[in-house]
Design a protein around this ligand. Sequence first.
Ligand SMILES: Nc1ncnc2c1ncn2[C@@H]1O[C@H](COP(=O)(O)OP(=O)(O)OP(=O)(O)O)[C@@H](O)[C@H]1O
Ligand SMILES: [Mg+2]
Length: 261
Amino acid sequence: MSDVLELAGVSLVRGGKTLLDEIDWQVNEGERWVVMGPNGAGKTTLLQLAGARLHPTRGVVGILDEVMGAVDVFDLRPRIGLASAALAAQVPDHETVLNVVVTASYGVTGRWREQYERLDERRAFRLLDAWGMSRFMNRPFGSLSEGERKRVQIARALMADPELLLLDEPAAGLDLAGREDLVQRLTEFARDPEAPAMVLVTHHLEEVPPGFTHALLLRDGVVVATGPIGDVLTEENLSAAFDIALKVSEENGRYSAVARA
Ligand SMILES: Nc1ncnc2c1ncn2[C@@H]1O[C@H](COP(=O)(O)OP(=O)(O)OP(=O)(O)O)[C@@H](O)[C@H]1O
Ligand SMILES: [Mg+2]
Protein backbone atom coordinates (compact mmCIF):
# COMPACT_ATOMS: atom_id res chain seq x y z
CA MET A 1 0.00 0.00 0.00
CA SER A 2 1.18 3.49 -0.78
CA ASP A 3 1.10 5.72 2.29
CA VAL A 4 -1.47 8.33 1.26
CA LEU A 5 -3.70 7.07 -1.53
CA GLU A 6 -3.76 3.92 -3.61
CA LEU A 7 -6.49 3.06 -6.07
CA ALA A 8 -6.18 -0.28 -7.83
CA GLY A 9 -8.60 -1.29 -10.58
CA VAL A 10 -11.23 1.07 -9.21
CA SER A 11 -14.54 1.38 -11.03
CA LEU A 12 -17.65 3.22 -9.96
CA VAL A 13 -21.02 2.51 -11.54
CA ARG A 14 -24.14 4.58 -10.85
CA GLY A 15 -27.50 4.18 -12.53
CA GLY A 16 -26.01 1.77 -15.06
CA LYS A 17 -23.35 4.32 -16.06
CA THR A 18 -19.63 3.73 -15.50
CA LEU A 19 -18.44 6.98 -13.95
CA LEU A 20 -14.92 5.74 -13.26
CA ASP A 21 -13.39 2.87 -15.18
CA GLU A 22 -10.48 0.77 -13.88
CA ILE A 23 -8.57 3.60 -12.23
CA ASP A 24 -5.05 2.93 -10.94
CA TRP A 25 -3.61 5.84 -8.99
CA GLN A 26 -1.03 6.31 -6.26
CA VAL A 27 -0.40 9.41 -4.18
CA ASN A 28 2.58 9.42 -1.87
CA GLU A 29 3.49 11.63 1.04
CA GLY A 30 4.78 15.06 0.02
CA GLU A 31 3.20 14.92 -3.45
CA ARG A 32 0.95 17.68 -4.80
CA TRP A 33 -1.41 16.49 -7.52
CA VAL A 34 -3.55 18.26 -10.09
CA VAL A 35 -6.55 16.39 -11.51
CA MET A 36 -7.86 17.78 -14.79
CA GLY A 37 -10.45 16.79 -17.35
CA PRO A 38 -13.60 18.05 -19.05
CA ASN A 39 -17.00 18.52 -17.39
CA GLY A 40 -18.44 15.16 -16.43
CA ALA A 41 -15.07 13.36 -16.67
CA GLY A 42 -15.43 12.02 -13.13
CA LYS A 43 -13.10 14.35 -11.20
CA THR A 44 -15.49 15.10 -8.35
CA THR A 45 -16.43 11.43 -8.15
CA LEU A 46 -12.75 10.52 -7.90
CA LEU A 47 -12.29 13.05 -5.10
CA GLN A 48 -15.31 11.61 -3.27
CA LEU A 49 -13.63 8.21 -3.37
CA ALA A 50 -10.32 9.66 -2.19
CA GLY A 51 -12.16 11.43 0.63
CA ALA A 52 -13.88 8.24 1.85
CA ARG A 53 -17.28 9.68 0.90
CA LEU A 54 -18.01 6.96 -1.68
CA HIS A 55 -17.23 3.28 -1.98
CA PRO A 56 -16.01 1.82 -5.27
CA THR A 57 -18.18 -0.64 -7.19
CA ARG A 58 -15.04 -2.66 -8.01
CA GLY A 59 -11.39 -2.45 -7.06
CA VAL A 60 -9.52 -1.42 -3.95
CA VAL A 61 -9.26 2.07 -2.45
CA GLY A 62 -6.52 2.52 0.15
CA ILE A 63 -6.46 5.79 2.06
CA LEU A 64 -3.78 6.66 4.63
CA ASP A 65 -2.85 3.01 5.04
CA GLU A 66 -6.46 1.96 5.59
CA VAL A 67 -8.54 -0.01 3.13
CA MET A 68 -12.03 1.23 2.33
CA GLY A 69 -14.53 -1.35 3.42
CA ALA A 70 -12.27 -2.54 6.25
CA VAL A 71 -12.20 0.72 8.20
CA ASP A 72 -14.80 2.88 9.89
CA VAL A 73 -15.08 5.87 7.53
CA PHE A 74 -15.93 8.09 10.49
CA ASP A 75 -12.43 7.44 11.85
CA LEU A 76 -10.89 8.09 8.46
CA ARG A 77 -12.72 11.24 7.33
CA PRO A 78 -11.26 13.61 9.95
CA ARG A 79 -7.80 12.72 8.60
CA ILE A 80 -8.79 14.05 5.16
CA GLY A 81 -9.50 17.72 4.49
CA LEU A 82 -12.03 18.26 1.71
CA ALA A 83 -13.18 21.54 0.20
CA SER A 84 -15.88 21.43 -2.45
CA ALA A 85 -18.86 23.43 -3.65
CA ALA A 86 -21.16 20.64 -2.43
CA LEU A 87 -19.82 20.93 1.12
CA ALA A 88 -19.99 24.73 1.08
CA ALA A 89 -23.64 24.51 0.02
CA GLN A 90 -24.40 22.66 3.26
CA VAL A 91 -23.18 25.56 5.41
CA PRO A 92 -26.12 27.60 6.75
CA ASP A 93 -25.93 31.22 5.51
CA HIS A 94 -26.09 32.64 9.04
CA GLU A 95 -23.13 30.58 10.33
CA THR A 96 -20.22 32.82 11.25
CA VAL A 97 -16.93 32.40 9.44
CA LEU A 98 -15.13 31.34 12.62
CA ASN A 99 -17.75 28.68 13.29
CA VAL A 100 -17.57 27.36 9.74
CA VAL A 101 -13.90 26.61 10.40
CA VAL A 102 -14.08 25.50 14.03
CA THR A 103 -16.93 23.04 13.45
CA ALA A 104 -14.71 21.08 11.06
CA SER A 105 -12.96 19.55 14.05
CA TYR A 106 -16.26 17.78 14.74
CA GLY A 107 -16.85 16.83 11.12
CA VAL A 108 -20.14 18.70 11.07
CA THR A 109 -21.50 21.93 9.70
CA GLY A 110 -23.60 23.98 12.10
CA ARG A 111 -22.64 24.66 15.67
CA TRP A 112 -24.24 21.80 17.54
CA ARG A 113 -22.11 21.82 20.63
CA GLU A 114 -21.85 24.91 22.78
CA GLN A 115 -18.59 24.12 24.53
CA TYR A 116 -15.68 24.38 22.17
CA GLU A 117 -12.15 24.11 23.33
CA ARG A 118 -10.52 27.52 23.28
CA LEU A 119 -7.62 25.79 21.57
CA ASP A 120 -9.88 24.93 18.65
CA GLU A 121 -10.99 28.54 18.32
CA ARG A 122 -7.43 29.75 18.40
CA ARG A 123 -6.44 27.27 15.73
CA ALA A 124 -9.41 28.29 13.57
CA PHE A 125 -8.42 31.94 13.94
CA ARG A 126 -4.81 31.20 12.99
CA LEU A 127 -5.93 29.32 9.89
CA LEU A 128 -8.26 32.13 8.86
CA ASP A 129 -5.39 34.54 9.37
CA ALA A 130 -3.04 32.43 7.24
CA TRP A 131 -5.57 32.52 4.39
CA GLY A 132 -6.22 36.26 4.79
CA MET A 133 -9.69 35.88 6.31
CA SER A 134 -9.34 36.63 10.02
CA ARG A 135 -11.00 40.03 9.76
CA PHE A 136 -14.12 38.27 8.48
CA MET A 137 -14.35 35.91 11.45
CA ASN A 138 -17.65 37.26 12.79
CA ARG A 139 -19.32 37.70 9.39
CA PRO A 140 -22.12 35.34 8.34
CA PHE A 141 -20.75 32.87 5.76
CA GLY A 142 -23.69 33.70 3.48
CA SER A 143 -22.56 37.32 3.21
CA LEU A 144 -19.12 36.48 1.78
CA SER A 145 -18.06 36.84 -1.85
CA GLU A 146 -17.18 33.72 -3.81
CA GLY A 147 -13.44 34.29 -3.38
CA GLU A 148 -13.79 34.87 0.36
CA ARG A 149 -15.81 31.68 0.68
CA LYS A 150 -13.16 29.66 -1.09
CA ARG A 151 -10.48 30.76 1.34
CA VAL A 152 -12.71 30.01 4.34
CA GLN A 153 -13.36 26.54 2.91
CA ILE A 154 -9.65 25.83 2.65
CA ALA A 155 -9.12 27.00 6.24
CA ARG A 156 -11.97 24.69 7.26
CA ALA A 157 -10.46 21.76 5.35
CA LEU A 158 -7.21 22.28 7.26
CA MET A 159 -8.82 22.59 10.69
CA ALA A 160 -8.45 18.93 11.66
CA ASP A 161 -4.77 18.96 10.60
CA PRO A 162 -5.40 16.48 7.77
CA GLU A 163 -2.83 14.14 6.26
CA LEU A 164 -4.49 14.53 2.87
CA LEU A 165 -6.02 17.72 1.45
CA LEU A 166 -8.57 17.49 -1.37
CA LEU A 167 -9.61 20.70 -3.15
CA ASP A 168 -12.36 20.51 -5.75
CA GLU A 169 -12.12 23.58 -8.02
CA PRO A 170 -11.02 26.05 -5.35
CA ALA A 171 -10.60 28.83 -7.94
CA ALA A 172 -14.00 28.44 -9.61
CA GLY A 173 -15.88 31.73 -9.67
CA LEU A 174 -12.89 33.88 -8.72
CA ASP A 175 -11.93 37.00 -10.63
CA LEU A 176 -8.44 37.35 -12.07
CA ALA A 177 -6.94 38.97 -8.96
CA GLY A 178 -8.69 36.43 -6.73
CA ARG A 179 -7.39 33.56 -8.80
CA GLU A 180 -3.85 34.87 -8.75
CA ASP A 181 -4.03 35.45 -4.99
CA LEU A 182 -5.24 31.87 -4.45
CA VAL A 183 -2.62 30.38 -6.78
CA GLN A 184 0.04 32.32 -4.89
CA ARG A 185 -1.22 31.08 -1.51
CA LEU A 186 -1.44 27.49 -2.73
CA THR A 187 2.05 27.75 -4.19
CA GLU A 188 3.45 28.85 -0.85
CA PHE A 189 1.45 26.26 1.03
CA ALA A 190 2.57 23.48 -1.32
CA ARG A 191 6.17 24.46 -0.67
CA ASP A 192 5.81 23.80 3.06
CA PRO A 193 7.26 20.34 3.72
CA GLU A 194 4.92 20.05 6.72
CA ALA A 195 1.84 20.54 4.55
CA PRO A 196 -0.28 17.46 3.80
CA ALA A 197 -0.34 15.61 0.48
CA MET A 198 -2.66 17.52 -1.85
CA VAL A 199 -5.01 16.83 -4.71
CA LEU A 200 -6.38 19.85 -6.58
CA VAL A 201 -9.14 19.51 -9.15
CA THR A 202 -9.29 22.22 -11.79
CA HIS A 203 -10.42 22.87 -15.36
CA HIS A 204 -7.85 25.51 -16.08
CA LEU A 205 -4.12 25.19 -16.59
CA GLU A 206 -3.75 28.78 -15.35
CA GLU A 207 -4.87 27.59 -11.91
CA VAL A 208 -2.09 25.03 -11.51
CA PRO A 209 0.17 26.30 -8.72
CA PRO A 210 3.90 26.16 -9.56
CA GLY A 211 5.57 23.47 -7.50
CA PHE A 212 2.75 20.98 -7.86
CA THR A 213 4.48 17.73 -8.62
CA HIS A 214 2.07 15.37 -10.40
CA ALA A 215 -0.99 15.37 -12.62
CA LEU A 216 -3.77 13.03 -13.60
CA LEU A 217 -5.87 13.62 -16.71
CA LEU A 218 -9.32 12.11 -16.81
CA ARG A 219 -11.76 11.75 -19.69
CA ASP A 220 -15.06 9.87 -19.56
CA GLY A 221 -14.01 8.13 -16.36
CA VAL A 222 -10.79 6.83 -17.89
CA VAL A 223 -7.24 7.95 -17.08
CA VAL A 224 -5.67 9.61 -20.15
CA ALA A 225 -2.31 10.22 -18.50
CA THR A 226 -0.82 10.21 -15.02
CA GLY A 227 2.61 10.90 -13.57
CA PRO A 228 5.06 13.77 -12.99
CA ILE A 229 3.38 17.04 -13.95
CA GLY A 230 5.79 17.95 -16.77
CA ASP A 231 5.22 14.60 -18.46
CA VAL A 232 1.44 14.79 -18.18
CA LEU A 233 0.50 18.40 -18.99
CA THR A 234 1.65 18.18 -22.60
CA GLU A 235 -0.14 19.41 -25.71
CA GLU A 236 -0.74 15.86 -26.84
CA ASN A 237 -2.23 14.66 -23.54
CA LEU A 238 -4.31 17.79 -22.90
CA SER A 239 -5.61 17.85 -26.48
CA ALA A 240 -6.68 14.22 -26.06
CA ALA A 241 -8.28 14.82 -22.66
CA PHE A 242 -10.28 17.88 -23.79
CA ASP A 243 -10.84 16.63 -27.36
CA ILE A 244 -9.59 19.84 -28.95
CA ALA A 245 -6.26 20.72 -30.54
CA LEU A 246 -4.49 22.87 -27.96
CA LYS A 247 -1.40 25.00 -27.86
CA VAL A 248 0.06 24.71 -24.38
CA SER A 249 2.73 26.91 -22.90
CA GLU A 250 4.59 26.90 -19.62
CA GLU A 251 6.72 29.59 -18.04
CA ASN A 252 8.20 29.37 -14.56
CA GLY A 253 5.74 26.64 -13.63
CA ARG A 254 2.70 28.61 -14.84
CA TYR A 255 0.77 26.84 -17.57
CA SER A 256 -1.72 28.15 -20.10
CA ALA A 257 -3.58 26.77 -23.09
CA VAL A 258 -5.45 28.06 -26.12
CA ALA A 259 -7.04 26.29 -29.06
CA ARG A 260 -4.81 25.88 -32.09
CA ALA A 261 -5.88 28.16 -34.92
N1 LIG B 1 -25.60 9.21 -8.92
C1 LIG B 1 -25.29 9.33 -10.20
N2 LIG B 1 -25.96 8.60 -11.14
C2 LIG B 1 -25.67 8.72 -12.45
N3 LIG B 1 -24.72 9.53 -12.93
C3 LIG B 1 -24.03 10.27 -12.05
C4 LIG B 1 -24.26 10.20 -10.64
N4 LIG B 1 -23.41 11.06 -10.04
C5 LIG B 1 -22.68 11.63 -11.01
N5 LIG B 1 -23.04 11.17 -12.22
C6 LIG B 1 -22.46 11.51 -13.53
O1 LIG B 1 -21.09 11.15 -13.48
C7 LIG B 1 -20.32 11.96 -14.34
C8 LIG B 1 -19.10 12.45 -13.61
O2 LIG B 1 -19.51 13.42 -12.66
P1 LIG B 1 -18.46 14.27 -11.83
O3 LIG B 1 -19.22 15.19 -10.98
O4 LIG B 1 -17.51 13.36 -11.16
O5 LIG B 1 -17.70 15.02 -13.01
P2 LIG B 1 -16.63 16.18 -12.93
O6 LIG B 1 -15.44 15.71 -13.72
O7 LIG B 1 -16.40 16.60 -11.54
O8 LIG B 1 -17.35 17.31 -13.77
P3 LIG B 1 -17.31 18.93 -13.57
O9 LIG B 1 -16.05 19.37 -14.22
O10 LIG B 1 -18.51 19.39 -14.34
O11 LIG B 1 -17.39 19.22 -12.10
C9 LIG B 1 -21.27 13.04 -14.83
O12 LIG B 1 -21.68 12.71 -16.14
C10 LIG B 1 -22.44 12.98 -13.86
O13 LIG B 1 -23.65 13.37 -14.48
MG1 LIG C 1 -16.73 18.34 -10.49
